[in-house]
Design a protein around this ligand. Structure first.
Ligand SMILES: [Zn+2]
Length: 367
């Protein structure tokens, strides 16, 4: 049966047939077995034959500025020892660990990493409790200083994906966004103690787009989606971040995940130009730099003093090695975590060295 005839029969039977989809880029589209494949199961095998460079160890010693004890499943001293073995294998000299904790739990975790000295830097989180209480700002600043005395060398990752940085949910008007005056005391304390804050503000812009046929990221990411939820718009969150940066010039902020603007490097560059106290980490944005390798390499060269390396992806040796391959080699069509492929950036040595460790050595508090 000719396709055209099949279409008219199906149409006559009242079945939905997209007539406009019959030709795409000169290809006459016809029905077939692939029509019933679910999006989440689509995993095309590549036939591209091209060099596959294995980079076992990073070219320069690395400071990974973005990991979590929870995500890396660190519970015991044996887990930490195992992590150190992996770090040695792949070339990570120091790992910044977000404990996600304050109080006794922070102290417990800090003890866990102490035997390894400068191989780890532990960071604390933001004081919990009622952020509406009049003494909360002062209490939060005091707890930050207490954690500092117990070894914290930064605060973060503090996340506001549109529903505030406080623990638990609050009505819109009471939520703690980055430019909220209730956070002033904490940001000032960071400046005073010379410790940076790692902030996760907004999220990947696709989170604010519907989960439909035009959704940019794979179904694996759909649980992050915020479309239609009771959260601030993406743009407003970035504005609030910028207001925080302008209000607290003396505080060093590291906006993780390329500030959630890795999709628009020109706009991100402007924010860096306007706010000298802003730094970025590259963590979990392999798929942003990998899909625009030339633009990303130019960006990382231009802002070579402003971007730090981080992972935020558990702690398997293969995970670190796929970062080395992406940043160091010119390999093409690399498999990744999302349905588009990546391309190696071939970063020049001086840029790579600053990204891997130079900027972290300069910015972080090592005392
Ligand atoms: Zn994180």
């Amino acid at each position: 049966m000719k396709p055209a005839l099949l279409y008219s029969l199906l149409a006559a039977a009242g079945l939905a047939v997209s007539v406009t989809a019959q030709t795409k880029f000169g290809v006459a589209v016809q029905p077939g077995p692939m029509d019933t494949i679910l999006l989440k199961d689509y995993a095309p095998a590549s036939s591209v034959v091209s060099p596959e460079t294995t980079v076992n160890k990073a070219r320069f010693p690395v400071v990974d500025v973005h990991t979590h004890t929870s995500q890396s499943r660190i519970k015991t001293a044996a887990d930490v020892a195992d992590w150190v073995r992996t770090m040695d294998e792949v070339g990570v000299e120091t790992t910044v660990v977000f404990t996600g904790a304050t109080g006794a739990e922070f102290d417990r975790q800090a003890e866990l990493f102490k035997p390894y000295g400068k191989r780890f830097q532990v960071w604390c989180s933001l004081e919990g409790g009622d952020v509406n209480a009049p003494d909360w700002p002062e209490r939060a600043a005091r707890e930050l200083e207490r954690c500092y005395r117990k070894g914290a060398r930064g605060i973060g990752e503090l996340t506001d994906k549109g529903s505030g940085m406080q623990r638990g949910s609050l009505p819109r008007a009471q939520r703690l966004h980055p430019d909220d005056p209730r956070l002033d005391a904490v940001w000032k304390k960071c400046a005073e103690l010379k410790i940076p804050a790692n902030v996760h503000i907004a999220d990947h812009p696709s989170c604010w787009k519907p989960l439909g046929p035009n959704q940019e990221r794979t179904p694996d990411f759909q649980h992050f989606n915020l479309y239609g939820k009771d959260v601030l718009p993406y743009e407003e969150l970035l504005e609030r971040r910028n207001r925080m940066l302008a209000r607290h010039r003396g505080t060093t902020f590291i906006a993780c995940h390329l500030g959630n603007q890795g999709n628009d490097l020109a706009a991100l560059g402007k924010v860096l130009d306007q706010h000298p106290n802003l730094y970025l980490d590259i963590s979990a944005r392999d798929y942003e730099v990998g899909r625009q390798p030339r633009g990303s390499a130019r960006f990382l060269a231009r802002y070579q003093d402003r971007v730090l390396f981080g992972t935020d992806m558990e702690r398997a040796p293969s995970m670190y090695r796929s970062w080395w391959r992406l940043l160091e080699t010119g390999d093409e069509y690399l498999p990744g975590r999302i349905w588009w492929r990546y391309y190696g950036l071939e970063l020049p040595a001086p840029v790579l060295e600053k990204l891997y460790r130079g900027n972290a050595r300069r910015l972080l508090n090592w005392n």
